[in-house]
Design a protein around this ligand. Structure first.
Ligand SMILES: Cc1cc2nc3c(=O)[nH]c(=O)nc-3n(C[C@H](O)[C@H](O)[C@H](O)COP(=O)(O)OP(=O)(O)OC[C@H]3O[C@@H](n4cnc5c(N)ncnc54)[C@H](O)[C@@H]3O)c2cc1C
Length: 292
């Protein structure tokens, strides 16, 4: 099917984009990479009367590591992040997660900002934002505000962004020191959204205990979710295999996967626990290697 007719607007600055969005009201939508919005329009699941295209707003097109923070403008492509020198060494979880997003053409066009604004519970970027305690800037008619990851994701495809706000920048703090991390997922075919996935990060102290641990899951609830239960078990513990088993089994109480054509709820639960265990194991082994 073809999309319904729409007005196309190409602002050159954030202020202009915000003004156009406010003028056109709730019938207008921002378009970034178009990799989620255009298919939805083609299926007439979305019928915006106007599209405000961010691609001509040059101030939104940046991707860099700024000391200990990954800083991404709203139109930074998945591919631009993959091309950042040294990112895999700095935070394997980010590099691995971005490499799992769709196929090369999708990564060439799709943006981190668009993925976060879209808030698919099986998408990788919202999970990275949560795992790294990141934040986003949003600009609307009332000015600029910063939203912490923990306050951003509400439920399926819903965030705290108002309809007249534009996400302008994403910031992800990258922990330093004896840190290891990984992102692991299971998908039915290469490039598909994950049936379930997990990102893990671990920092080990000098005595070998866990100084900090993060575990985030995708595809298992209405939003990506941090496992407080697993992180609590891991922090301060010696990261032995039985402790890792206990931690990843603890996610059971925090996930509520749906059954769909890709798998039953019970299957997703088993996959979630398995990918969480793999991700935490990799994070631990990489943290130990970083100390050595
Ligand atoms: C075949 C296929 C496979 C895919 N597989 C995966 C996958 O495995 N993992 C994954 O995470 N994603 C996957 N995607 C989606 C892809 O990553 C998209 O790029 C991403 O979800 C949306 O980013 P975008 O820049 O394309 O946003 P768009 O499609 O342009 O926009 C998506 C939504 O976000 C809003 N929006 C966009 N930017 C902003 C902004 N700056 N401020 C406010 N609102 C904004 C739009 O109005 C729209 O509602 C896949 C897509 C396809 C077509």
């Amino acid at each position: 099917m073809k999309p319904a007719a729409f007005e196309y607007l190409a602002p050159r600055s954030v202020e202009e984009a915000v003004a156009l969005l406010a003028e056109r009201g709730e019938d207008a939508k921002v378009i970034a990479g178009g990799q989620s919005l255009v298919p939805m329009m083609a299926f007439r699941l979305a019928t915006p009367a106007a599209l405000v295209d961010l691609n001509g707003v040059s101030e939104l097109d940046h991707a860099r590591v700024d000391r200990d923070t990954l800083v991404l403008g709203a139109t930074a492509r998945h591919r631009s992040v993959q091309e950042l020198a040294g990112l895999r060494e700095r935070c394997a979880m980010v590099a691995e997660a971005v490499g799992l997003i769709g196929h090369p053409p999708i990564r060439n066009r799709g943006t981190a900002g668009g993925s976060i604004a879209h808030a698919d519970p099986a998408a990788e970027w919202p999970a990275l934002l949560l795992a790294l305690d990141g934040e986003v800037d949003a600009m609307g008619p009332g000015g600029r505000r910063t939203i912490a990851a923990a306050d951003l994701f509400r439920t399926y495809f819903t965030t705290a962004l108002a309809p007249d706000e534009i996400l302008t920048e994403v910031r992800l703090p990258l922990p330093a020191g004896a840190v290891g991390s990984a992102f692991v997922e299971v998908a039915q075919r290469h490039g598909d959204f994950a049936v379930a996935g997990a990102g893990a990060l671990m920092i080990v102290a000098d005595d070998g205990s866990v100084a900090d641990a993060r575990l985030v899951l995708i595809g298992v609830r209405d939003t990506a979710v941090r496992s407080v239960a697993a992180e609590t078990i891991l922090r301060g513990a010696s990261p032995t295999d039985p402790v890792l088993d206990d931690a990843t089994n603890a996610i059971r109480s925090e996930i509520d996967p749906v059954s769909d054509v890709h798998g039953s709820s019970a299957y997703r639960r088993r996959v979630a626990i398995a990918v969480a265990r793999r991700a935490v194991t990799l994070a631990r082994d990489r943290a130990h290697a970083a100390v050595a």
